[in-house]
Design a protein around this ligand. Structure first.
Ligand code: AMP
Length: 282
């Protein structure tokens, strides 16, 4: 496994030799790796010749400075995990090398970012757009892998790739969960044991909502009832619980069983903000 710290190193030492002969798979991460990340890496290893993983906690996508400052950094442990997965290359840049200057450019993903994560995390998707564009331009992958866990992120990356003609194929990997259903997240390690228990509210209410819709219940009634469940839990602070089109993020007020939809949730559990979603496929 080769670790490199700058784009110039990658391009000079490896990219030129590899790009025309091998397919390059790329998995961008912010580290504190878990099995969800490893699923992306395994998917890349399965469908490409060489896998590059980046670890970079991108400051410009954090709209909450405490979330950024407390974001877990576990580089040694991450490198061991990546070595075990037989990853070929790890890109581990410093913030100074990624952003020698504060970028002037920002992204506006239009209606995709006025709802859900976009509405609650102003500037977040612009920061994601900037870093993913930079990483695509540095690594020049043929294929890149993203988790369904961050469904709105997938939608904006696909939009960006289409709108700017990035020559990369985007592959989406299903959400990896704990045995009880909690979606794996690097932020879970910051939950206390009582918060960890309450974190199940997200997955449990997503599945409950999906079951109710399947039984023919009206979406707004289901959402109302679930909002009350969250309100009754002092450790939880619900930000949204919405039914959306998973590609356009158009927010539905009624469930249509003939259309693809996803139920998306974001809630604080204590001080930790968690998100999750569940697809409903007709
Ligand atoms: P992060 O390190 O949180 O920025 O995530 C890096 C990538 O891993 C993103 O594409 C995430 O969507 C994906 N990811 C995070 N958690 C999971 C999970 N539980 N299952 C599948 N993919 C995930």
């Amino acid at each position: 496994m080769q670790v490199f710290n700058t784009g110039a190193e990658w391009q000079k030492n490896w990219l030129q030799a590899l790009q025309t002969k091998k397919s390059i798979g790329f998995v961008p991460t912010m580290g504190a790796l878990h099995e969800g990340h490893l699923d992306l890496i395994r998917a890349s290893k399965k469908s490409t010749d060489l896998t590059v993983v980046s670890i970079f906690v991108n400051p410009i996508q954090f709209n909450n400075s405490e979330d950024f400052e407390k974001y877990p950094i576990l580089t040694d442990q991450d490198l061991k995990l990546l070595e075990k997965e037989n990853v070929d290359f790890v890109f581990l840049p410093s913030a100074e090398s990624v952003y020698p200057e504060k970028p002037r450019l920002s992204f506006n993903f239009g209606e995709l970012e006025t709802v859900l994560e976009g509405a609650f995390r102003p500037g977040h998707f612009s920061g994601v757009g900037v870093i993913v564009s930079k990483l695509f331009n540095i690594i020049r992958p043929h294929q890149s892998f993203f988790g369904q866990k961050d469904l709105q992120q997938v939608a904006i990356i696909k939009r960006m790739v289409a709108d700017l003609s990035f020559p990369v194929e985007i592959t989406v990997v299903p959400t990896r969960r704990e045995g009880d259903g909690l979606a794996l997240s690097s932020r879970n390690m910051r939950l206390s044991s009582s918060e960890r228990e309450k974190a199940l509210l997200l997955f449990n209410n997503l599945t409950h909502a999906k079951n109710e819709l399947m039984k023919g219940e009206k979406w707004l009634a289901v959402r109302n009832q679930i909002t009350q469940v969250f309100e009754a839990e002092p450790l939880a602070k619900l930000e949204y619980f919405e039914l959306v089109d998973p590609e356009t993020f158009l927010v539905y007020s009624e469930f249509d069983p003939t259309k693809k939809s996803s139920i998306c949730v974001a809630s604080y559990i204590g001080n930790i903000r968690l998100i999750d979603n569940l697809p409903i496929i007709p």
